[in-house]
Design a protein around this ligand. Structure first.
Ligand code: NAD
Ligand code: UFG
Length: 337
């Protein structure tokens, strides 16, 4: 059997996806430059699956190094492209760093895929492409609005680059998965999201506050037009998200499938407010969260959750795990850190 290249495969979503792929019998090669992950993840994957995936330390934004990698790894059938920078706030401060890394990496991957006749690409997109949707839940047909950040713009432009490349190369097929808010960790608590610096995201801030690493959680805004006044997101368990990559892989490898470029919302279809997240966390863990209401965070949207009908019907995929499952797994992961 040929291999699946997982770029960014030692990262948060990549590592969970590699576990699902190995458990389903796929052969994996991970390429990652370890700018936001640790090599130990490979041992953790081996502990969970019994198999240590092949690993190549590679900066995919470096075209020469990427070309050399594809020349020596000539048995790749499908690429799952996770490798990117992902911090929204940082992208506003360092836009060129984001455009260079995220877009050059994608273009290098597409160039080498075309050169080596590799037909299948799964791309990590984001619900940020929708901005604040006018209609909720948001479907894949909703208009793409001007991105709120350079990071968000890299995802919009990336989808266009893929679509244009497919138009010019009829052998190439791609699925872009638009993730909503991935949270939680593998049930083994052996892999999860690497805690680096002060977290921007809600769940790591919650778990670190309860663990005593942060003094107090700030709830950004309680005057939104929602039931309890706090903002709403669609929080998806990272293992459900990983499994969406498995079904997307099967869909692309199905020779009867004549798709060219498809985008899917990968969320639960449920929206939860910040206060609902806090209450659920307290219920499932029995821990108390020290929080205060703070002003709104600049650039935040009020509410978004996914219409997942297309993914449910076409991919035959549905998120199975609950918010409670995800929060408990996040807490179990935190306790190992
Ligand atoms: P992550 O930072 O944990 O993983 C990304 C991995 O890519 C890291 O291991 C990093 O070392 C690697 N990497 C970055 N640039 C690279 C390069 N030039 N060459 C090789 N490796 C490189 O992030 P994640 O949360 O797992 O996100 C994976 C993908 O999903 C990203 O494309 C991200 O934009 C997208 N995404 C994430 C979220 C989220 O909330 N986590 C939401 C929507 C979309
Ligand atoms: N929040 C707080 N306090 C905090 C952190 C967050 O109240 O300390 C609130 C935010 O205001 C927001 C919600 O919790 O209402 C979720 O915030 P996150 O920062 O966890 O997530 P975002 O929805 O802002 O963005 C995340 C990722 C993006 C990704 C997007 C969609 O950071 O990269 O989900 O997938 F694109």
């Amino acid at each position: 059997m040929k291999k699946i290249l997982v770029t960014g495969g030692t990262g948060y979503i990549g590592s969970h996806t590699v576990v699902e792929l190995i458990n389903s019998g796929y052969k994996i090669v991970i390429a990652d430059n370890l700018t936001n992950s640790k090599i130990e993840v490979l041992d953790r994957i081996e502990k969970i699956t019994g198999i240590k995936p092949q690993f190549e330390k590679l900066d995919i934004s470096d075209s020469k190094a990427t070309k050399a990698f594809f020349e020596t790894n000539n048995d790749i059938e499908l690429v799952i492209h996770f490798a990117a920078y992902k911090a929204v706030g940082e992208s506003v401060q360092k836009p060129l760093m984001y455009y260079q890394n995220n877009l050059n990496s994608l273009m290098n991957i597409l160039t080498e895929m075309s050169r080596h006749n590799i037909e299948n690409l799964i791309f990590s997109s984001s619900c940020t492409v929708y901005g604040q949707p006018d209609i909720l839940p948001v479907t894949e047909q909703s208009p793409i609005k001007k991105a709120d950040s350079p990071y968000g713009n890299t995802k919009q432009v990336a989808e266009e680059i893929i679509s244009d490349t497919i138009f010019s190369n009829k052998n190439l097929k791609s699925i872009a998965l638009r993730y909503f808010n991935p949270i939680g960790a593998h049930k083994s608590a052996l892999i999860g999201e690497l805690p680096i610096g002060v977290p921007n995201n809600l769940i790591p801030f919650v778990t670190q506050t309860v663990a005593g690493k942060r003094e107090q959680l700030s709830v950004f805004g309680n005057n939104y037009n929602t039931e309890d006044g706090t903002a709403i997101r669609d929080y998806i368990h990272v293992v459900d998200l990983a499994q969406a990559h498995l079904v997307a892989t099967e869909r692309l490898l199905d020779k009867n499938n004549k798709l060219d470029f498809e985008t899917f919302n990968i969320g639960t279809g449920r929206g939860n407010s910040v206060l609902e997240v806090i209450n659920t966390f307290e219920e499932v863990t029995g821990e108390k969260i020290n929080y205060k209401i703070a002003p709104r965070r600049l650039g935040d949207i009020e509410k978004v959750w996914a219409d997942t009908t297309f993914a449910n019907k076409e991919l035959g995929w549905k998120a199975k795990l609950s918010l409670a499952d995800a929060l408990l797994s996040a807490w179990n992961w935190e306790k190992t850190q």
